[in-house]
Write a protein that binds this ligand. Structure first.
Ligand SMILES: [Ca+2]
Ligand SMILES: [Ca+2]
Length: 210
């Protein structure tokens, strides 16, 4: 009888909870980004649940304790940091953007830092870096506008997919390689794993923000 009870307790614990999923948010230097909240939506065959991730040191733990893991279809990460658009955006970023637009100098840094630089520079989020981005950044610095009208203060990407994309030698010419990097949903076989997200502060071209 005791063995039977132990067996059913074991079966229940394998069915419900016990997934240890860790999510870390990093910048392009792979330093941890701290001032952030993380929610996650779990889609199951019994419905969807939105939960708060628990800060655990520099990273977060996703808790699936009360969810029958066999019903999980996928889960989506929802990082929240759409505040302080002017944070880390200075005239130095304007200088870097202008030099890039005028092709005055080659980028110095890693490919990951270059990906971050380009993403941060496209402040209006239209997929290109032009004088419109320069104008909006200048307006923000001069308090003509309070935030980026068509972009959030931060954007987050699947770091593993970004790293995969920049491994291709011609990644700069082929942005198709980055299809899906902003999709933060993960299938149930990524329960029990560590997931890294890349955070990019809009307008912070020198990547000073954490
Ligand atoms: Ca743009
Ligand atoms: Ca900056």
């Amino acid at each position: 009888m005791k063995n039977l009870m132990l067996l059913s307790a074991f079966l229940l614990s394998t069915l419900i909870g016990n997934a240890q999923t860790t999510v870390c948010l990093k910048n392009s230097s792979e330093l941890f980004i701290n001032a952030i909240n993380l929610k996650y939506e779990v889609k199951t065959t019994n419905g969807n649940f939105i939960l708060d991730a628990v800060k655990d040191g520099a990273c977060f733990t996703l808790n699936f304790d009360n969810i029958d893991l066999s019903t999980v279809q996928d889960f989506t990460l929802i990082p929240e940091r759409d505040i302080a658009p002017l944070n880390c955006v200075s005239t130095f970023d304007l200088v870097l953007m202008r030099r890039h637009i005028l092709r005055l100098e080659e980028f110095q840094g890693t490919d990951l830092e270059y990906f971050s630089f380009l993403t941060a520079a496209d402040v209006n989020g239209n997929g290109d870096i032009t004088t419109f981005d320069l104008v909006q950044t200048r307006q923000l610095i001069m308090s003509v506008i309070a935030d980026f009208p068509t972009n959030t203060s931060w954007n987050f990407y699947n770091l593993a997919l970004v790293k995969e994309g920049i491994q291709s030698p011609n990644w700069l010419q082929n942005f198709q390689l980055f299809n899906g990097v902003s999709d933060l949903s993960f299938s149930s076989d990524q329960l029990d794993s560590q997931i890294d997200l890349l955070g990019v502060k809009t307008g912070d071209l020198n990547g000073a923000c954490q």
